[in-house]
Design a protein. Sequence first.
Length: 675
Amino acid sequence: MALPTQSIQLAGLQTESRNANSADIDHLTTLELCSVLNSEDATIHKAVASCIPVIAEVIDSVAHRIRNGGRLFYIGAGTSGRLGVLDASEIPPTYSAPADQFIALVAGGDHALRHAKEGAEDDRVGPQRDLGPFDINPQVDSLIGIASSGRTPYVLGGLAYAKALGCMTIGLVCVSPSEVAAEGNADHLITAVTGPEVVTGSTRMKAGTATKLVLNMISTGIMIKLGKTYGNLMVDLRATNLKLRQRARNVLRAVAGPACTSSDAELDTLLEACHGSVKLACASLSLRLPPPLAEERLEKHDGVLARVLEEDRAKDTSSSAKDETLVLCVDAGGSSCKALVLSTDGRTGNGSAGPCNVSTMGVAPTIAAIKSAISDALSNHPSAQNCSLRMATFTAAWVGIAGYDRPSIQPQVDKALSALLRLPIGEGLIVSTDIDLLPAAITPTSEIDSAIVLVAGTGSIAMRYQKHASGFVRTGRAGGWGHLLGDDGSGYSLGREGARIALQASDAHRSTNPKSRDLSCFSPLGAAVLKHVQKLDPSCEPEDILSGILSLGGDPEHTTGPVPSPAKAVAQLAEVVLSLSQSDEEANRIVNDGAASLSRLVTLLAQSDKLDLSRTALVFGGGLMQDRLYRSKVLEHLRQQLGDFAHVEFVAHPVQSGAQHLLSRCTKSLEQLQQ
């Protein structure tokens, strides 16, 4: 078939632009070539991440329509069409979805899956012909048009045809602006701009990978919303081969927990009675009901196993369990997230996760880390080990989050935590900054009216609190400017001064005889810093200690877990300074200056509100304050400036005092009700 001679303009498409990073790729070694490919692929997740809000809307909309009997059609040409076919064909065997629920059409027909069909993608009326036999119902059916270039005529025609019928339409493109956007026939437009390809125009590469990630997210999200999973377990599979049969047994045992004592043969018999449906077998086994009755329960809850089991748990809760009070406290700090579940009998469960500064990480990652820490704590509590977060009932919860003091973030965080814990804000759920947890440690002390909290870790800050009936309320703040402008007396501050002394010695060493092993230029503190750095980075040389200090943050390409910031890397040197402060004049001066800086923050808050120190507590928090010598230096300065506080306390584990405070409040409320 002769191709039309009409020319088209591709120069404006990002996918058709030349990639400067791969301009000489044909001259690279194979290792260099692979490195370029890998580094370019590493940019794809950012392109997809920017589309997540729209993808979430698509998942919710399509799931609702499919729940009401609808179908999702995929259309595309070339790689885009093949990826649609791949996604649609994997859903039925993975999630036991009907074969006609996800339907993919590729320009040129199924033959084009293996053999390119010339001109097929330019057939704008082709989709109308291809979709016609499916008797589309615009009330419930949806169509997603996939075109990396954003201009494929076959896709443009399909979106226009489906839109004219009244279907919900989705566009998936990898350029901006795009003709899909210009024509306006996509109700939802997902634009994952992946930029120039390593091989110009080869959209099977970055654009194709982004497309696969988006389609995976959409179809998986729809299946989860339709109840095809229980937690992250694939419960709606059918055991049709040996591998799936073993997976089915594993899922049954995971869902039923310790109560499942059945042998493999007994589980296979149950699966056979359930016609191979793992979800039905899970319901039958967990509810101890015959399959027909278990199936009725599933139908009542639209096939969502979690709802079935939650209803059964609520009905079957024993009176002793009803009487048990569980409280939760979470310390979501900038370095790590700690959670503690506490019950009336004093038993606890501890959990942990990664860093949680919501101002720097964003709401979704922070909530995910908090959720992980709480789930971990539940699994470690003796009476809640088999209780998932969605099934747990907390009488009260207090979540302290680093970075929560930004007003623009608070409504999003409050809404997410209230939904996660099923507790209303102010009525069972307290959300605050992580520092606000610290005064809870002195709440039981009746002679205290106010408190000042001094936190020194990587950074430094002081807060003033006034005691009220419900606890301490913040009334003032000093410091907390960050390491660029302040944080005097913090771990970063002490580490920075120690690093400077070592760097000055390094400059002198480099200027005199850099090849010499003579380290006479280094003072005891400078030598100790060098030794500390070389212990972590043996390749560090005295003449280039700066590189060694900065490398304390870790190599992002080879470090497992969160990579410390430069400020945290420098703050690691504070322990070197503190360890020498009693024997070395330089270290002692640094520590003394730092303690004086911290005492000034406290003094400012105490004097500005004219606090009565005989009724004021001083609370220390943060990693640096674990050092008793440093705390004593701060107290020494404060005695000289203010006098003695009525109560001084170091809080090593804020979640413990926070949980105890909540439990005490719950107990008092219960006693008042009983009276």
